[in-house]
Every structure is written in structure tokens, then in C-alpha cells.
Design a protein around this ligand. Structure first.
Ligand code: BGC
Length: 398
């Protein structure tokens, strides 16, 4: 989170959250300059970028029509996003032979995201997460002397916003273009008291599929009462084209991580990764040491840099050659290896989503920050504008 008024944020054991740096400047889109253009709808005859295609994504259980917006670029990347939950439902990326393939878990229709099995297991495939990403212990926090009780949806805790988080609401959508590529602007007003949170929170999220093969997500928010906010996206990536993710090689630009208790609530300890299975400062296959981590990876890493748009993680999948580079303005990265997927859900192409079928790289502030005064602050105040950017950039290695 970046707060435009540059209010100093908390220090977390030497970690300064700088809220004041500007985002990396936008790169100019190259329009139709690529020789490998595969989608004629992406540019117009004049070379300007056309708006994303809009199709129906079905009706929600309460009868609301929702849409699917498909953003393409000149290199054959294609991302589909629905205004139900601002959810990324599909992301097609070429492999090292140039053949595009699916790299996220998702469903072909909104009914997949509202099925009883999906709601029961709660994996949040591809969704926008808010008002507060990850857990708030015991579903409560105190702010300016007042205790707030939140909707609990994860045992005694609140996870990813509560019972009806931003993943389960219909966003206002505006497909468009920018100098960087096709865009989808989503807005949502989270009303004062929603899921127990204070303040009317106006949230805007802009997805951009850039000419240089990044899916960029720009988050912003304003409020009329002080409130915790922690926005992220819950895409499950799998660059392999169908296998589990254990062979993906991951690096994470972090020397420390949050130790958690049995309920996955941070204990407050920021432990060095050195000498532990959490050390991804050099590349390691996800499966190499996962057996040493009870339950699998589901932790927040403290990114070494916290200023500007900085490195979070890189991923390489050896069989397809696909790579993914994650940069963010956030101080943390929740690396979650799909430990709770159990094969009950089937994807758009009929594939079964079993344990470790995907991994998430949720850029964020730390879990339970509203109850942990030493963590960087997640409190947004009236008059401030939260700004946060994350990019997932794709490529191949031969
Ligand atoms: C959390 C996991 C949770 C998953 C799906 C992740 O962000 O860290 O504990 O199971 O989301 O809900």
C-alpha cells in the first residue's frame, strides 16, 4: 500500500514501509510493431489498441448478469477477467515453442465460482481480495480506541474480507485502453459496516495487459473513516500446462518470513529464511523441501526492498520454459502452494484441481497487521489515497 500523503508507516523490526515512492513509469505500448501478432482484434487499422472484447459470463445465483472481458496483446497473451469478484478466469501465455497455454486455474462460467463445492472449500481462484487480504485474528481489531467485530469465516478468524469479501461482489466494469495496452477498470463501493469494517471504501482496480507481456494490477482506494485495507489478487498459477506445481523453480526476494501459529496467524516473529526450507533467495523447486513444511507453504515473506516497484519473486517452469516475474509496491508476499486443494473442483477444461495444482503469489501487507503494531500499518485514513501496484510479467527461457 502506498499512501499519497506520505504518512509515515510503522517500522517492522527495521523494515521501513516507504509509502512515498512513485510507481515505475509506464512503458509506451508498441501497438502493432510485433511480427508475432496473433490476435487481429488487438490493434485497429490505425495501429491504436482496441478495447477488450466483452462476452457474457452467465448469471449469478441472485440473477445478476455478469460479463467476461478478454484483454489481448500482440504476443499472443490473453487474459479473461469477470466483473464477478474481479476474477481472472483464464490467462493464456505462450511456451518456449510459441504455443499459448493456460497458466491459471479457473472456470468457464460464473456458476463455477458460486458452486457449493467452491464456496465450501473457499480457494478464491483468481479473485480480487478485500477489504483485508489474509487473516485477522479472532475477527476483531481496535482502532482509535474502538473495537470492531468482523464477520468470521475461517474458524475463529476472518479471512480475505469475511463471509462476502470483494471476491463475491459484482464490480462496475469499464473496458478501455491505455498507452500500455488493453485495460479493465473495476470499481466497487464497500459500504460503511460491510463485514464489520468501518467507513465507506471506494476501491478501483485497473488490470492492464501490457505490450511487454505483463499483467499489471493497479489498486487504489479512499475512505471516509479510518479502516484497515489490504488488497491483493488470488490467482493460482501453473506454468506447466497441467502437471502439479512442485517442479516450478521459485526465487523470492526476501531474507525473512512471518512465523505463524497453528491457525496461520503470525506470532510476531520475523524469522530469517537462511538455513530453512523458506530460503528461496536462490532458485529452488517448490517440491524440493515442501515436505519439511507442515501443510505446505502458506506464509508471508518480508520482501527485502519495500520502495517503489520492487522485486518480489521469479518462477521458471523447466518443461515449458515459461517464466514469471513478480514485482510489487507491497512489502509482503504470501506464497501459497494450493495445499487445501483436494481434487473436488474441476476446471474449465475438465481437469481436476488436486493438491498443489496451482500456487499463489499474493502481494500484500502482512496478515493480521491491524492487531500487530510492529507490522507496517494497513490503516487508511480519510484524505489519503491508497495506491498499490503489482505486475506479473511472462516470458520464456529456451
Ligand atoms: C491463505 C490460505 C488459504 C487460501 C485460500 C491463502 O491466501 O493464505 O491459508 O487457504 O488463501 O483461501
Amino acid at each position: 500500500m502506498k499512501i499519497s500523503s506520505c504518512i509515515a508507516s510503522s517500522l517492522a523490526a527495521g523494515l521501513l514501509l516507504s509509502a512515498c515512492n512513485q510507481n515505475q513509469p509506464a512503458k509506451q505500448a508498441t501497438g502493432n510493431s510485433s511480427s508475432s501478432m496473433t490476435d487481429s482484434a488487438q490493434t485497429t487499422a490505425t495501429g491504436t489498441v482496441a478495447a477488450p472484447a466483452t462476452t457474457s459470463f452467465g448469471k449469478t445465483t441472485d440473477g445478476t448478469e455478469v460479463q467476461l472481458y478478454t484483454l489481448t496483446n500482440a504476443h499472443g497473451l490473453k487474459v479473461s477477467i469477470t466483473n464477478y469478484g474481479g476474477t481472472i478466469t483464464s490467462l493464456q501465455v505462450p511456451d518456449k515453442t510459441g504455443k499459448p497455454g493456460e497458466v491459471v486455474l479457473g472456470f468457464a462460467n460464473v456458476s463455477g465460482y458460486q458452486s457449493p463445492e467452491f464456496l465450501k472449500s473457499g480457494p478464491y481462484f483468481g479473485a480480487l481480495i478485500g477489504r483485508y487480504g489474509n487473516r485477522i485474528a479472532k475477527g476483531k481489531f481496535t482502532l482509535d480506541g474502538k473495537e470492531y467485530a468482523l464477520a468470521k469465516n475461517n474458524g475463529e478468524n476472518t479471512l480475505h474480507g469475511g463471509k462476502k469479501g470483494f471476491d463475491k461482489v459484482v464490480w462496475q466494469a469499464e473496458p478501455g485502453t491505455s498507452a500500455e495496452g488493453q485495460t479493465l477498470k473495476l470499481t466497487y463501493l464497500s459500504k460503511d459496516g460491510e463485514e464489520g469494517y468501518p467507513g465507506n471504501l471506494n476501491v478501483t482496480v485497473v488490470y492492464t495487459l501490457t505490450a511487454d507481456d505483463a499483467l499489471k494490477i493497479d489498486y487504489s482506494a479512499t475512505t471516509d473513516k479510518a479502516t484497515p485495507v489490504n488488497l491483493t489478487n488470488h490467482a493460482y498459477f501453473n506454468l506447466s500446462g497441467g502437471k502439479d506445481v512442485l517442479g516450478h523453480e521459485v526465487t523470492i526476494a526476501a531474507d525473512r518470513y512471518n512465523v505463524v501459529d497453528a491457525g496461520l496467524i503470525p506470532t510476531g516473529e520475523l524469522r530469517p529464511v537462511k538455513g530453512t526450507p523458506f530460503d528461496f533467495t536462490t532458485p529452488h523447486a517448490i517440491g524440493e523441501r515442501i515436505a519439511q513444511v507442515p501443510g505446505g507453504y502458506d506464509h508471508n515473506w518480508l520482501l527485502n526492498s519495500t520502495t517503489g516497484l520492487h522485486a518480489a519473486a521469479t518462477v521458471y517452469e523447466p518443461t515449458t520454459g515459461r517464466t514469471m516475474e513478480v514485482t510489487t509496491t507491497e512489502p509482503g508476499l504470501q506464497f501459497y502452494t494450493g495445499n487445501f486443494l483436494d481434487g473436488t473442483l474441476k476446471g474449465a477444461n475438465g481437469q481436476t484441481y488436486g493438491k498443489h495444482a496451482g500456487f499463489c503469489m499474493e502481494t500484500q501487507h502482512f496478515p493480521d497487521s491491524p492487531n500487530q503494531p510492529k507490522f507496517p500499518s494497513t490503516i487508511l485514513k480519510p484524505g489519503q489515497t491508497l495506491k498499490s501496484t503489482t505486475t506479473y510479467k511472462f516470458g520464456v527461457r529456451q
